[in-house]
Design a protein around this ligand. Sequence first.
Ligand code: IPD
Length: 263
Amino acid sequence: MLNELRDIAARLALEAGALAAQGRRDQPIVADTKSTGTDMVTQFDRAAEAHIVGRLHELRPHDAIVGEEGAATVGTSGVGWLIDPIDGTTNFLYDLPGWAVSIAAVDHHGTAVGAVHVPSSGELFTAVRGEGAFLTTDRGTLRLRCSDGTNLATALVATGFGYAPERRVRQATRLARMIGDVRDIRRLGAASVDLCHVAAGRVDVYFEEGLGPWDLAAGELIAREAGCRSGDFRGGAARPDEILVAAPALFEAMAATILAADA
Ligand code: IPD
């Protein structure tokens, strides 16, 4: 059952990624703003979400659906889908690599499956709860494993910034206070991809605040299934408002560093 949901998430992420990438090549972008003047949505975010929702209605007619661009379907099956049709819309808008389609299915035990597809690299990250995390490319499929880093001073740390100016200033102030405690900082522009990078050991840590549930659901499962530790900054469960995902031996030190920088 969960493998079937994983296959649907993966297939729809690939389809939506191809649709958005092709649209980006063929047509001029029409962009609109959402929560602030820099929080963008394009016609391709909406088209990708409409595609995924339409396919889910065919394949899983009794499931609930929530999408970043407004999809909201009530379900009766106990399974719900969280969709970010284009995570990293700013990258997409500027034709930078690293935007992704992120799709997760949740059930009464939490996130059950996740798929994150990055069209610019052709990568597809997937996980099924309890069964590990995997990366598929045209060279094959490999199991993901987070880094075995133990020293925060040599940890590569990814993060992101919200769209509201006051929040961004707070986040940047904190970063300025901690940048001397870590190897370096990366801001790549898509939370779901940052999470997959922790899963793949390409960065040691990722943290952020103020995400949408669709930004993190698939990537957080993929990171946990790759052996990462996930939580909020104070010992609770990871949530859209506050998420820290790290190589297990780095988690406590990173949480303490974030809190100290905020004090
Ligand atoms: C955003 C990206 C970004 C993160 C923001 C998210 P969107 O999602 O994931 O990396 O820093 O917090 O809102 O708006 O491009 O789907």
